[in-house]
Design a protein around this ligand. Structure first.
Ligand code: ACO
Length: 433
């Protein structure tokens, strides 16, 4: 990892003292101030709640330019990867830092294919969840529970052990995800089929039943693979930062990923795709008046947000949203799905991007705005949308966990705070309170 520092450090002054702060420049010219010694030298910390202006690490995995709407994995534009690559190849690229050669991808695929089944005993866990259990609750706890089946992975000794743990996670999460859905509809678990592609196998486990075979549509298979690619990494987002934070304590990969899945669940993060669908349905139920809905969002009192709009980093069109929007139109046409929610989504987008409230705040559709419509057309229920996001994001989480653990500068993540509570006070016995 490059650690370029400009000749001129920045100077920070406080209470008559001055500290020289090294300036760190990334490969795309991003500038950071390395404030690690600030507290020692000036007695001050950097305060940045929600980390909107804080770099937590140097990373060579993903580059985003939010102003220009650029997203690249290991330098390769997301548009090229969506057009030419496959999800497993992208997973390899993110985790191992370069595109695999023919032998590399075949070995990787074989390793993953060999580990798609979960331990039969794990089925007992599923049996004991209530039918109403949210699939995100199931997959997060199952991801963590995997660690109990592979105790040797807790003390991984070398690259081979780690590769195996990585393959197990990528291979088994779709099996767990599909079963968490089957459980909610009272269907038996469908075992993986290793002659199918990663996306096709997932579709098979979701929609086949023992009584009959599911007829796979190659366009659906490719659409799903592209959606997984588009979700595969997004640098230091909430869930990835969670994975890094948990992993920084030397927690094992399964536990760290489980924590990432939980972070993703929130409605402001991966949960937004399901919320978009609920929002579109609510607008339809109320008569389909998008202008009225936008007025409610803008009035500030309702507390309603336009779900699938806005992004902490993108102050321009989310490049993933562009790809998904085009794919959504194509797939729905091919599947001859006439979804009135698509019409509402398009009207909503059209009205929002022309509205000064959204223009001033630079709020554009994000990755979640159209993805749900594709999932819905494929037959994936709304409560599985965030699970789909988790399946896609898995290689990104793994890549960041691995990069962090291989970083010689690794220390346990431990932010500081500015204390605002009472000054020294003393214990009052209960009878005197
Ligand atoms: N609808 C209406 N207003 C919005 C929206 C929205 N979706 N997003 C932001 N705003 C407004 C805020 O009210 C605020 O207005 P103000 O300056 O008048 O107070 C301003 O825009 C800035 O918003 P913040 O909340 O400060 O922006 P932040 O960067 O913290 O939030 C976030 C980003 C969480 C994504 C936000 O835009 C949002 O809630 N979007 C809807 C949920 C969503 O789609 N999440 C998915 C994100 S992508 C992902 O995780 C994959």
């Amino acid at each position: 990892m490059s650690k370029k520092e400009t000749k001129e450090p920045a100077e920070i002054r406080i209470n008559g003292k001055m500290a020289k702060v090294p300036v760190v420049v990334g490969t795309e010219g991003e500038v950071g101030l390395d404030i690690r010694r600030l507290r020692d030298e000036l007695g001050a910390i950097a305060l940045d709640p929600s980390f909107s202006n804080t770099g937590a690490c140097r990373s060579a995995i993903t580059y985003i330019d939010g102003e220009k709407g650029i997203l690249r994995y290991r330098g390769i534009p997301i548009e090229e990867l969506a057009e030419k690559s496959t999800f497993l190849e992208v997973a390899y690229l993110l985790i191992y830092g370069k595109l695999p050669d023919k032998t590399g991808i075949e070995t990787f695929k074989t390793l993953i294919t060999r580990h798609t089944m979960v331990h039969e005993d794990m089925k007992n866990f599923f049996a004991n969840y209530p039918l109403t259990a949210h699939p995100m609750a199931i997959i997060s706890s199952m991801a963590c529970s995997l660690s109990s089946y592979y105790p040797e992975s807790l003390v991984a000794k070398g690259q081979e052990d780690l590769d195996l743990t990585i393959a197990r996670l990528i291979a088994k999460l779709p099996t767990i995800a599909a079963y968490s859905y089957k459980k909610t509809i009272g269907h038996p678990m469908i075992y993986p089929k290793n002659n199918l592609s990663y996306a096709a196998n997932f579709i098979h486990m979701m929609f086949s039943v023992p009584a009959e075979e599911y007829a796979l549509d190659p366009d659906v298979e490719r659409a799903l693979d592209i959606l997984l690619i588009l979700h595969a990494d997004h640098e230091q987002n909430c869930s990835t930062s969670t994975v890094r934070m948990v992993g920084s304590s030397q927690a094992n990969l399964f536990a760290s990923i489980a924590a990432g899945i939980c972070a993703l669940w929130g409605r402001l993060h991966g949960g937004a795709n399901a919320e978009v669908m609920e929002m579109l349905e609510a607008i339809r139920k109320a008569g389909g008046d998008v202008k009225k809905y936008i007025a409610q969002v803008k009035d500030g009192k309702s507390g309603i947000r336009l779900m699938g709009f806005g992004h902490r980093v993108y102050k321009n069109y989310d490049p993933r949203a562009n790809i998904i929007k085009a794919m959504c139109h194509k797939l729905l046409k091919k599947l001859t799905v006439d979804d009135d929610l698509l019409k509402i989504a398009m009207e909503l987008e059209d009205a929002a991007i022309k509205d000064s409230y959204f223009i001033q705040r630079k709020l554009y559709p994000n990755v979640d705005f159209y993805s749900g419509l594709i999932y819905r057309a494929i037959g994936i229920p709304t409560n599985m949308f965030t699970v789909m996001f988790a399946l896609g994001r898995l290689p990104g989480w793994i890549a960041h966990w691995k990069e962090m653990r291989e970083d010689p500068e690794l220390k346990i993540g431990r932010p500081r705070q500015i204390y605002t509570g009472p000054k020294l006070t003393h214990y009052t016995p209960i009878e005197k309170r």
